[in-house]
Design a protein around this ligand. Structure first.
Ligand code: SF4
Length: 426
């Protein structure tokens, strides 16, 4: 487990003092947004300008982090996310209490700031770039070949950290698990291979799963809570057989996480249910020009004749509309799935006005008057620091000028140019 306790305001300020020095000397959140965006832009310019003294990987890090930073500072980002990162930095710098900020938030900010300096928690493959040879012809080719050997050795080292499902040991383990589950469920191998048997035996309760798989206490509690709150949940016996029957092994972490929700997820979902919040975070309701079809991309439509799945992925963007795994009645009615007859109204273009006839969605989401899960932020444009463009203080006042050496210049000089980022320690 990662120790997250160190990711707190004190640690963050100690690791990125220059950022918080700027924040402390800025009079408003809008000034801070402008200053940090300018700083990121300058650091990206410096990285590309000094391309011959820093690694490719560092340049890429700086570029990507600068892009993220600049976008985070925009009003567009704040309005879309209904959250102001600049406000959070401002509050941290001024010791204003922010109970809503989590260790994950502090960790993300920290790595963003470090990335702006070309640094990170570890080396990337891009850090191991090939160095152009001083030689030509065969001598250059031999040198390049040696560098490629080194690169391959590093890649191999990383790849072997992960177990492949095709490894003989893994294949044998899967077979043993399958036989074990078949025996406990009194199923034949033919039944096991029959998808209708799998669907008919979806596992939904923590206790029945616990008889087939060693569950961690948090997993057991989360499943029980999910069921108690009516959250969609289910795992097919086949998928369960892909999990290792031990609480300690970490190899199946991703497989478990796909379908077993975390306690925090269950708590948030249950809370949203309690308050009647709509969790249509991908705005399916607003991108469904007619019933049963979502159109979000130019050349792709999502057809939704069946509103459920044999098992429910925790991250599913359709969870807001799915009631349960293989829920009876999830098939669209004949009436709904009949295409409009010729001469009927054409698909209407997207409009901002809500049309229940076109996009019914889940009943929780039908009432557009409802503030939604993030409704408390619906007045984002009236944030205390938000003002109309014309009189926006950010356009009257500017933070550090172009001539400013850049808040992290000192660090950048020593960490970036002086040594390889791999040497940088957090
Ligand atoms: S729709 Fe896709 S993501 Fe959602 S539960 Fe089904 S398989 Fe998983």
């Amino acid at each position: 487990m990662i120790d997250t306790s160190k990711f707190n305001p004190t640690y963050l300020q100690a690791k990125a003092p220059e950022i918080f020095a700027i924040a402390r000397h800025t009079h408003s959140v809008d000034d801070l947004r402008a200053s940090l965006a300018r700083m990121a832009n300058e650091m990206m310019f410096e990285a590309f300008d000094d391309y011959d003294t820093i690694s490719e990987g560092s340049i890429v890090r700086v570029r990507d982090c600068a892009k993220v930073m600049i976008r985070l500072m925009t009003r567009r980002s704040e309005d879309k996310a209904r959250f102001s990162v600049a406000r959070a930095i401002f509050d941290i710098a001024h010791n204003n209490p922010r109970q809503d900020l989590t260790p994950a938030f502090y960790a993300e900010l920290l790595y963003l700031f470090l990335g702006l300096q070309g640094r990170g928690p570890g080396s990337t493959l891009a850090d191991l770039h090939l160095i152009p040879s001083r030689y030509a012809h065969r001598k250059a080719a031999i040198e390049r070949s040696r560098q490629l050997d080194e690169l391959y050795a590093e890649m191999n080292l990383r790849l072997t950290k992960f177990v492949s499902g095709l490894d003989q040991e893994a294949v044998k383990q899967r077979e043993a698990r399958q036989q074990q589950i078949c025996a406990r469920m009194q199923a034949s191998i033919d039944q096991w291979k029959d998808w209708t048997w799998q669907v008919a035996h979806i596992l939904r309760e923590a206790d029945e799963i616990a008889q087939l798989l060693k569950l961690r206490e948090t997993e057991y509690q989360a499943i029980q809570k999910a069921r108690a709150n009516g959250l969609p949940f289910g795992i097919t016996p086949y998928y369960l057989s892909l999990m290792d029957d031990t609480q300690d092994a970490e190899k199946d972490r991703a497989i478990r996480a796909q379908v077993i929700p975390s306690p925090a997820y269950v708590e948030k979902m249950a809370e949203a249910q309690r308050f009647g919040h709509c969790l249509d975070f991908m705005l399916e309701a607003d991108t469904s020009p007619i019933d049963l079809i979502t159109r979000r991309y130019p050349s792709i439509c999502i057809f939704k004749p069946f509103n459920t799945c044999p098992q429910i992925c925790v991250y599913c963007q359709r969870n807001w509309e799915i009631d349960d795994a293989m829920q009876p009645g999830a098939m669209a009615s004949q009436k709904k799935s009949t295409p409009p007859s010729s001469g009927s109204a054409p698909i209407r273009p997207f409009t901002k006005s809500w049309s229940p006839a076109a996009t019914p969605g889940h009943e929780r989401c039908r009432d557009r008057g409802h503030p939604g899960a993030l409704g408390r932020y619906s007045n984002a444009r009236t944030h205390p620091h938000r003002q109309p463009y014309a009189s926006h203080p950010a356009y009257a006042h500017h933070g550090p000028s172009r001539g400013h050496p850049g808040p992290l210049s000192g660090k950048w000089t020593s960490a970036g140019r002086g040594g390889h980022p791999r040497a940088a320690q957090l």
